[in-house]
Write a protein that binds this ligand. Structure first.
Ligand code: CDP
Length: 200
């Protein structure tokens, strides 16, 4: 079974997806971490960023054999990730890897295009949103950055993600939409677990 969780930055995807995966005993796939890896490889001047092997698992992200779990979370990588994610050759490469990863077993996959492009046949599709202010507040609390700066950077990424030509951020027509403003992670995760058990 596959549960697809898509939505903009700070909507709660990662935390909710991890909690749902834990509750159901599914594997969690963070597709954004893969775009971040390509961005980091590019920032570091890799000749061919797409040929650098990416591994995800056990809460760790590895790029070319190096643990980059923390290194891919800087604001510079976030910014470049949303730029490289607009390039069709990057998307094609990562989407193929993601499809291969989720082929066998039960997954909770999160990103921007899981329900629309990576796995349009996912059994359950959820699109998480929250108000821009709440999303920036959450991200600032996570990273210790100033909320106003997070808000500015978030707006730039939101616009780029939503208006790009290839796989723009948009809910699948059959996705269930959740506005998580004012809700706790547990409340949202529990609702998704309940829905997953109902369709299983
Ligand atoms: O954690 P946050 O939601 O800020 O970002 P992320 O999920 O780690 O993704 C980083 C960037 O990768 C996003 O801004 C998107 O541009 C891109 N991305 C994408 O295009 N498609 C995905 N399935 C996942 C991420």
């Amino acid at each position: 079974m596959l549960i697809a969780i898509d939505g903009p930055a700070g909507a709660g995807k990662s935390t909710v997806a991890r909690a749902v995966a834990d509750a159901l005993g599914f594997t969690y796939l963070d597709s954004g971490a893969m775009y971040r890896c390509v961005a980091l490889a590019e920032l570091r001047g890799a000749q061919d960023p797409l040929s650098c092997p990416i591994e995800l698992g056990g809460g760790q992200v590895t790029l070319d054999g190096e643990d980059v779990t923390a290194a891919i979370r800087t604001p510079e990588v976030s910014e470049l990730a949303s730029q490289v994610a607009a390039r069709p050759e990057v998307r094609g490469h990562l989407v193929a890897l993601q499809r291969a990863m989720i082929r066998d077993g039960d997954y909770v996959a999160e990103g921007r295009d899981i329900g629309t492009v990576v796995a349009p046949d996912a059994e359950l599709k959820v699109f998480l949103t929250a108000s821009p202010e709440e999303r920036a507040r959450r991200r600032a609390a996570q990273t210790g950055a100033e909320a106003a700066r997070v808000m500015r950077e978030q707006q730039g990424r939101d616009t780029r993600d939503a208006t790009r030509e290839h796989s723009p951020l948009e809910p699948a027509s059959d996705a269930l939409r959740f506005d998580t403003t004012g809700l706790s992670v547990d409340e949202v995760a529990q609702e998704i677990v309940r829905l997953a058990q109902a369709v299983r």
